[in-house]
Design a protein. Sequence first.
Lengths: 247, 268
Amino acid sequence: MRSCAILFPRLLRDRLPRIFVATALVLLLTSPLLRFGESGFADGYKAGGEPGAASTAHLVGLLLALVSPWLAEGVVSDLRRNGSGPLLLTRPISRPALYLVRWLAGLVSLTIVALVAATTINVAWSTGGGIGPDLSLVGSIGAGFVTWVWVGSTVLLLSAVLDRGEALAGALLVAIPIAMTAVLPTADLLARAARVLPVRPMLRAVRVSLAGNIPEQPALLTTGCWGLVVLGIGLFVACRRDWRVGD
Amino acid sequence: MMVGAESLPLLSSVDGRQCQHVARNPLIELSGVSKAYRRRKRQPVHALAALDLRIEAGSTIAVVGPNGAGKSTLFAVLAGLIQPDRGRTLVHGLAPVAYVRSRGIGLLPDRVRLPARLTVREVLVRLAILDGYSGAAIPRSVDRALDHVGLRERASDRCDGLSHGLRQRVGIAQLLLRPREVLLLDEPLAGLDPVWRARFRELLAQLRRDSPGRTLLLSSHELGETARLTERAIVIDSGSVVDDFPTHGDSEALERRVLRVLKQVGGT
């Protein structure tokens, strides 16, 4: 565990380029997407219909969910397929601890993205009437946590189960619900899936966290617990898997 | 650089004591170990087939056999990287994963994969941390390992720009950060030029001198070099041990016997 603690800042440093790019993506996409949302989607939904912080928080939450699989890249696949798995896993360390420290590096990375994005959006709004007002800075830490604990853990689980990289697992995670709503004539199935897997509570928790009402939001706790369950299963599956070493 | 590296100690005194203590009764024992790789819509590949093997402490063993004989799979099982389907594997009386967790195993994979974005030094620093080093001991151990493999001047190079031979040397360097009681070297000579093959022989000899109880398994297709490095050869074909004999350092005898055995069992 001590080795993993010493390793942690280095893992975070390795992720700095991705943190910069992910933050830039969130900031670059927030404004145009909000404007697009305000003009109305095909189904009549208007993001601008929820004025102020709520719509911005909703959008930033979604963007965080989209960038988190990319920040997850490296938790499993860098070890197994492209990286130094056999060299790392023959050291006298606990495998779950090694996974956990990499997962924690991803959590802190996404939280930094959420915090920097929220701060920038707030400053832009207060100085020049920018893209959305008053995202909670404390809530952005919670939003980073909830998004990572849920999306990051699910990506880790999918990656380990499918024996594929986190990027592909993340793409699947995003693509499956989109395909379900696009292909299936009814959104009923998605609604049922959303009840089983707390997609909506997660998004609500993120949105309300960013908007600064954490104490009033039981979904934050619920989705956090769900995410941790998925994380636990993910760690178990990943630690049980065989590793590629040759023929 | 290589010059002067011979005089550098491979182990700290603490490491030396640890190895001497552990070396009194280590043992590798496999009985009835089988492992099959399942493939979609195709017959499974039986990499290990009821393999039995017993290796005493302090042995230096050559594991030879044709491509696909199961050598890398055997090493992966011993290193706890894959679980066999059947059979029992014990390293020093423990299951491989438990043994690795408590003492670590030195593994040089047949293909040394390194994180592309990191430099040679960054990779070795991370591995040194996982080897239990902290503070000033981290750069010290990394520099020592880099000197042994002549990579001090390439330490700032990114791993994705390294040739096969240089990656192999990084692989050897990571073994030297904290040499373990059990070393598994899968094709260690692949990609090394003649100068570094000779240097590698010296390093192995030094590792043996530092800790006579150290157990070393080496797989290679280069039988001449292998005979010089090992005292016993195990021939594997189709996942089973088909021969087991002392090498006496005689490379020609080793080559003759391995070829004869493999012809008899149809492995060539």
